[in-house]
Design a protein around this ligand. Structure first.
Ligand code: UDX
Length: 465
């Protein structure tokens, strides 16, 4: 099928490229001509495993193309996927202005009837708004617009695999024609009949994705509810971690046993610095605002948000006028994304306290240097440890778990490690002579009660409880 994608950010690039990989003819546009120029040259402006190779292959196969001509893009596709950003406004509401602009553009540029698909994350009832704008600005009276919602559940770092091997695919539709068209678009993925460059065609024998066909409002709400539930799960684990510190229990043991209950499940129970990234924080806020507008009490979710902010606030260790080392800048492993990353708050605090900051991350250093040019980005983790008075682990990169910690011990001015992702083994770290702090894990000398020892100017770590 001929498919148009509007918005070449994370969601648009993964959606467009994977639908081309599944055999469709996809044309993508974006209002940033530089982004289009680099994509035409095969340069992918984000780090996402498998995406650049798949994008280049589908461009070569002429199944995928990029243009700055939005009108041409609208006219080319039978179905148009709206993948523009819906960033948070000051008040936490989702900013839908880009959706509105795109709807007007589609309404004025279309010459034939179209299926218009919401792929961006939007609050419930946005589809109705979209339909109205398309109707009001429609230039050609013979053109009919059918609107549908098709939320994505992609995680950064595994987005290509998540698109090709989803747990479920959700269609929010108002008529059978739209449902049939979306089934046609997703048939290769639903029937697992596509060439998979993630598994080199040796895909794991998992269940094919479940298709959920529902109303547009329900589909929109499924996305916000799913992300908010994931955020609550993380905050619940972080809350329990606080209790573990008080009663001398081990959060890892507690969540491992909790997760064995299939009703709970083992994932998204990793306690630590809290959740960041461009999705969970903003979707939680937008969902709370939607509930408030609808007169529904969402205190439970507000609490999950408060616990998360509190976790990050309490993780703002200071290394006054000394040398602080930071391992991990991205909001999570396997991505170069630092948007709403807990590391941003920690760096701000360290710099405000006059610390000299060295940092390392295998993917996110360029983006961090653009925000914090005063942070010295190092080529490898050991350079960060050299003469450091404290080492803060902020992202769960596997690389940090594999480090030669005995060597790190020898390099540091003071062997103080604060593990914001519970990545390391407390007993092993203590044995290696480190002062080691983490979340919710009992350790003789280093149980991380929230109030760490006040450290005078001589030993340079001040802690805000
Ligand atoms: C999320 C949703 O998972 C995805 O379905 C949706 O489409 C987009 O938003 P993403 O933002 O890529 O994806 O990140 P995710 O993997 O969900 O992690 C979010 C944050 O939670 C990260 O900061 C991560 O470090 C943190 N996290 C995750 C925890 O602190 N503990 C956990 O157990 C899991």
């Amino acid at each position: 099928m001929r498919i148009s994608v509007i918005g070449c950010g994370y969601v648009g690039l993964v959606t467009g490229t994977c639908l081309a990989e599944a055999g469709h003819e996809v044309i993508c546009t974006d209002n940033d001509p530089e982004r289009i120029a680099s994509l035409k040259a095969g340069v992918v402006p984000i780090y996402e495993p498998y995406l650049d190779a798949m994008l280049a292959a589908n461009q070569r196969a002429q199944r995928l193309s990029f243009t700055s001509d939005a009108g041409e893009t609208v006219r080319a596709g039978e179905a148009i996927f709206i993948c523009v950003g819906t960033p948070p406004l000051e008040n936490g509401e989702a900013d839908l202005s880009a959706i509105d602009d795109v709807a007007r553009m589609i309404a004025t540029e279309a010459r034939e009837s179209k299926l218009v698909v919401e792929k961006s994350t939007v609050p419930a009832q946005t589809g109705q708004q979209l339909k109205r704008v398309l109707e009001v600005y429609r230039r050609n009276g013979t053109v009919q617009f059918r609107v549908a919602s098709n939320p994505e559940f992609l995680r950064e770092g595994t987005a290509v695999e998540d698109f090709l091997h989803p747990d479920r695919i959700v269609f929010g539709v108002e008529d059978e024609v739209s449902e049939r068209q979306l089934r046609e678009i997703y048939r290769p993925i639903l029937e697992r009949k596509f060439r998979c460059s993630v598994h080199m065609n040796a895909c794991p024998a998992t269940q094919p994705p479940t298709l959920v066909v529902t109303t547009i409002n329900s589909a929109e709400l499924i996305k916000h509810a799913s992300n908010s539930f994931l955020a609550m799960k993380i905050s619940f684990a972080n809350m329990i971690a606080d209790l573990c510190e008080k009663v001398g229990a081990d959060i890892k043991e507690v969540t491992r046993a909790m997760g064995m209950d299939q009703r709970i499940g083992p994932r998204f129970l990793d306690a630590g610095l809290g959740f960041g990234g461009f999705c969970l924080p903003k979707d939680v806020q937008a969902f709370i605002r939607l509930a408030e507008r609808s007169g529904v009490d969402f205190n439970m979710l507000k609490e999950a948000e408060r616990v998360n902010k509190e976790k990050i606030r309490r993780a703002l260790w200071g290394v006054k006028d000394k040398q602080g080392g930071v391992l991990g800048l991205a909001f999570k492993a396997n991505t170069d994304d630092i948007r709403f990353a807990p590391s941003l708050d920690v760096l701000r605090k360290l710099l405000a306290e006059g610390a000299e900051v060295r940092a390392y991350d295998q993917e996110a250093m360029d983006r961090t240097s653009a925000v914090f040019p005063q942070v010295r980005c190092c080529r490898e983790p050991y350079e960060v440890a050299q003469d450091a008075d404290a080492l803060l682990i902020l992202t769960e990169w596997e690389e940090f778990r594999q480090l030669d910690w005995k060597r790190v011990h020898g390099l540091m001015a003071r062997p103080l490690v604060i593990d914001g992702r519970n990545l390391l083994n407390p007993a092993a770290m203590l044995e290696s002579g480190f002062e080691y702090y983490c979340f919710g894990r009992p350790m003789e000398s280093a149980a991380a009660p929230l109030v760490l020892p006040q450290i005078s100017k001589t030993n340079a770590v001040g802690i805000t409880a």
